[in-house]
Write a protein of this length. Structure first.
Length: 480
């Protein structure tokens, strides 16, 4: 990236640092060293060469107290990421059918009412997790480890997850979820007195509560879980992520929080350069305001396409001035000007040092190619997702007070009094017909951009509050 105040030596140094970070060179060496120390092969060089030929895959453990719906989260995550969902208790019978000797012996123990020794269980899991689809696509493990002894043995055996997700639930919520469950013995269906009540009185009258869902048993199970997890979680502190198991959106909301955490690499001690964040958001996504809030919160510089175009117009650039006078979409009119303006701003010393939040650019695959040609890479691309209906509602119901410039929204932020409501006006660009046209233009290019940036893409619900999004996007700016 050229700049008047960037010496050749510094340019070479920055290019090298960018290369190392972009291609995860530090993480690669961390992974190889970890692999060889765990495996301790007689021929380390051959072992490393073999390891380099294998694509790294995500390895995830998900745990949670009774009632946390860990299984549902595992199933959805495995399906979404194309990984193998491994249930520890099912591995015994699965491998026994394949005549894996330890599994055959373990099945005999289970059938006779005895417990499977930890060492045997670990041997079976190692066989499962290091072969077949688990080795080629990655795995999501449920039900193991459940004790500190199992956790330490798992680490010693080299079965190291790249992420351990713990679904946190309060004791009160666990108790509510479990003690409220009822079973219909006729149809063998499970209901919940508050969350999923029976459809009618006839079904309600025949429901029964299982012994394991009685308050004393729930308290006993929960106490045992807390005791065991207090020894398990510290073993995975480097890769541990705590998620709220009581998200308002249920399992789907938990999955949304979990997806960005899944990676074939462990969290690394690699040095991290300045933020390189791009927000992709259409009408109603509030991308501009969010970009400014992120830059302020995390000390980065806002690089706004519309602000740069406006500044160029004020500086006397006739083409920029003509674009800004476009009645509906100045960015569309000024599209040919944006690349040079963006690149010039990103090359400045303050942006290189502090990092940037890029908004309004790239808007097309052509823009993306301009960035690539100029060796500007983006570490995090955030898609602020919003349906067309929500976008229309967000924009067309916005009103301005010509008296003091205050912005209102007829639903989410209505005017305080009748007099204010009477003088509110709607911006011409917020008319439904104009917004629909802008949405059409945005939606035409969006799929192509998402494809270009699929490897670094993060999707966020643009309906969330600005404050919540600023907190959720912290990993784009901080080494967490």
């Amino acid at each position: 990236m050229a700049s008047e105040d960037l010496t050749p030596a510094r340019a070479a140094l920055e290019d090298a640092a960018t290369y190392v970070e972009r291609h995860k060179v530090f993480q690669l060496f961390e992974s190889l060293l970890q692999d060889v120390l765990v495996a301790r092969p007689s021929d380390p060089l051959s072992h490393l060469i073999t390891s380099l030929k294998r694509e790294p895959v995500p390895k995830v453990v998900i745990a949670g107290p009774p009632g946390a719906q860990a299984r549902s989260v595992c199933e959805l995550l495995a399906s979404k990421k194309g990984m193998v969902h491994v249930i520890a208790s099912d591995v015994v019978r699965e491998l026994a059918r394949l005549n894996f000797k330890p599994a055959v012996e373990a099945k005999a123990l289970i059938d006779s009412g005895k417990e499977v020794p930890d060492a045997v269980m670990l041997e079976m899991l190692k066989e499962k997790l290091t072969s077949g689809d688990c080795r080629s696509t990655g795995w999501v493990l449920e039900g193991y480890p459940s004790t500190a002894t199992q956790a330490r043995a798992m680490c010693t055996a080299g079965l190291l997850p790249t992420r351990f997700i713990h679904l946190a639930l309060s004791d009160a919520e666990v108790t509510r979820r479990l003690t409220g469950r009822r079973v219909d013995p006729v149809e063998n269906k499970v209901y919940h007195l508050q969350d999923a009540p029976p459809p009618n009185g006839e079904v309600a009258n025949r429901l029964v509560q299982r012994g394991e869902d009685m308050p004393p048993h729930v308290a006993e199970r929960l106490a045992a879980y807390r005791q065991h997890m207090s020894g398990v979680l510290p073993c995975f502190s480097k890769v541990l992520a705590e998620l709220n198991g009581d998200e308002a959106g249920g399992v789907d909301a938990i999955l949304e929080r979990a997806l960005p955490l899944v990676s074939p690499y462990m969290p690394s001690r690699a040095p991290r350069g300045a933020a390189r964040v791009c927000l992709l958001g259409g009408p109603g996504s509030n991308a501009e305001a969010l970009g400014a809030a992120l830059a302020l919160r995390y000390g980065a510089k806002l690089v706004s396409a519309v602000e740069l175009l406006h500044s160029a117009a004020l500086s006397g650039d006739k083409k920029a001035k003509a674009a800004m006078e476009h009645p509906n979409n100045p960015l569309e009119a000024g599209r040919p000007l944006l690349g040079p303006l963006i690149l010039e701003r990103i090359a400045k010393e303050d942006v290189r040092t502090s990092g940037f939040v890029l908004v309004g650019f790239p808007a097309t695959p052509g823009h993306a190619k301009e960035l690539e040609k100029a060796k500007v890479w983006l570490r995090d691309v955030v898609h602020l997702k919003l349906s067309d209906d929500d976008a229309l509602a967000a924009v067309t119901q916005t009103r301005y007070d010509p008296y003091d410039g205050e912005v209102y929204h007829l639903e989410s932020k209505p005017p305080r009094d009748y007099d204010t409501a009477e003088r509110l006006v709607q911006h011409p660009n917020h008319k439904p017909a104009v917004v629909k046209k802008l949405l059409s233009e945005y939606n035409k290019e969006l799929p192509k951009l998402l494809k270009v940036y699929s490897g670094m893409l993060r999707t966020e619900d643009a309906r969330r509050s600005e404050r919540e999004l600023v907190e959720r996007l912290a990993p784009c700016f901080l080494s967490l």
